[in-house]
Design a protein around this ligand. Structure first.
Ligand code: COI
Length: 356
């Protein structure tokens, strides 16, 4: 773990909150940010000066390495409010663990877990009035680390910023989505950075996704980069398939993100007695199951979208429609997960963490 020079959190509050300028019923995902943000710099071999300060633009050299080599990682997490104004995080330990794994892969110094959790709790508590109650409403938390050293030599930066921004959000997708199975483009390759939440993984999806959108799909189901034979992820989410009554998802690997929602869905499904298979699923098997009528559901799982229902998938110019079913796993698992996150049920897993 990297060193931290000064652990004490310095806090500068805004003079006047911007909260009254915000229309919470008309939010565009990730466009509106709360009053405060967290910032901590890495220099001279240690993280230093953890600070909470007013959210706002920052000055950086145009030669900072992040702009040239994309040395950047991020996380997505959320804070939720229950009916009596208590605020909760969901498995925050998983996010700091994962950003540190991503950082390691991107040659960024890891961030101390205790400093992260202390800053996160303080920041969320300070801006808790920005969290709206009600299903689908939450505060999207965006921790990230960027290379700030000036210089365009292609080598790891000696200076970084670790920051956390917070955005009040509503549901990510309004309805079910249509996905196109990738035949040519890849999200990640063996030995690459697919398992890391590296900024460039997401930027690299924009072009193929825009081509899919021109054909009427919202997202792509990524397939393996070798043969485009196995189904890996859906857009920015992990993906689940229900064939007969078995829930199938790809194993995590160096190409597939170890999603917090993915692992929570798997643990809940197991707890509910649903048969699970963590294995490779081929496009051929998917289409055969669809033709036989045994393919019941496909859904994506991720922090931003929670559980995203997939209504159609396209492959080789054919569009397949999924049936509407009664006892949908996606519907029941989404409800179970959200009830846990919004403190509507007991938490047998110990995932909910209250912010005081
Ligand atoms: C998340 O679910 O947090 C994501 O990573 C999606 C994000 C790229 C909007």
């Amino acid at each position: 773990m990297s060193k931290i020079k000064t652990k004490e959190l310095h806090i500068e509050k805004v003079a006047t909150s911007r909260i009254h300028d915000v229309d919470f019923n008309d939010l565009v995902f990730g466009k509106t940010f709360t009053d405060h943000m967290f910032e901590c710099d890495y220099k001279d071999g240690a993280w230093q000066n953890p600070t909470i300060k007013p959210y706002g633009p920052m000055m950086m050299s145009p030669a900072a390495k992040v702009f040239h080599y994309g040395q950047a990682v991020f996380e997505g997490m959320k804070a939720y409010k229950d009916d009596t104004d208590n605020v909760f995080l969901f498995r925050p330990d998983q996010n700091i663990e994962r950003i540190n794994k991503s950082s390691k892969r991107m040659a960024i110094p890891e961030f101390p877990e205790d400093v992260f959790l202390d800053a996160l709790h303080t920041l969320v508590a300070m801006d808790k009035d920005w969290i709206q109650k009600g299903e689908g409403n939450s505060l999207y938390l965006r921790p990230f680390a960027i290379a700030t050293e000036v210089g365009v030599s292609a080598s790891p930066s000696n200076e970084y910023k670790f920051m956390i921004l917070m955005a009040p959000v509503q549901a990510y997708y309004k309805g079910a989505v249509k996905v196109l199975i990738a035949e040519k483009f890849s999200r990640s390759a063996a030995g690459g950075v697919g398992a890391a939440k590296a900024a460039g993984n997401y930027g690299a999806q924009f072009y193929p996704t825009s081509l899919a959108q021109e054909k009427g799909f919202q997202q792509i189901i990524w397939t393996d980069s070798n043969e485009h034979k196995y189904l890996e992820e859906a857009g920015t989410m992990n993906v689940f398939f229900r064939i007969n009554d078995t829930l199938i998802t790809a194993p995590v690997s160096d190409r597939i993100l170890d999603g917090v929602t993915r692992k929570s869905i798997l643990e809940m499904a197991k707890h509910n007695g649903i048969a699970i298979e963590i294995r490779k699923l081929s496009v051929d098997e998917l289409i055969a199951a669809k033709k036989q009528g045994s393919l019941k559901e496909i859904f994506g799982a991720g922090t931003a979208a929670v559980v995203s229902f997939i209504s159609h998938f396209g492959y080789k110019d054919i569009v397949y429609e999924l049936p509407e079913i009664q006892n949908s796993y996606a519907v029941s698992l989404k409800k179970q997960l959200m009830d846990l996150q919004y403190n509507k049920t007991k938490d047998p897993f110990g995932w909910r963490v209250e912010v005081k």
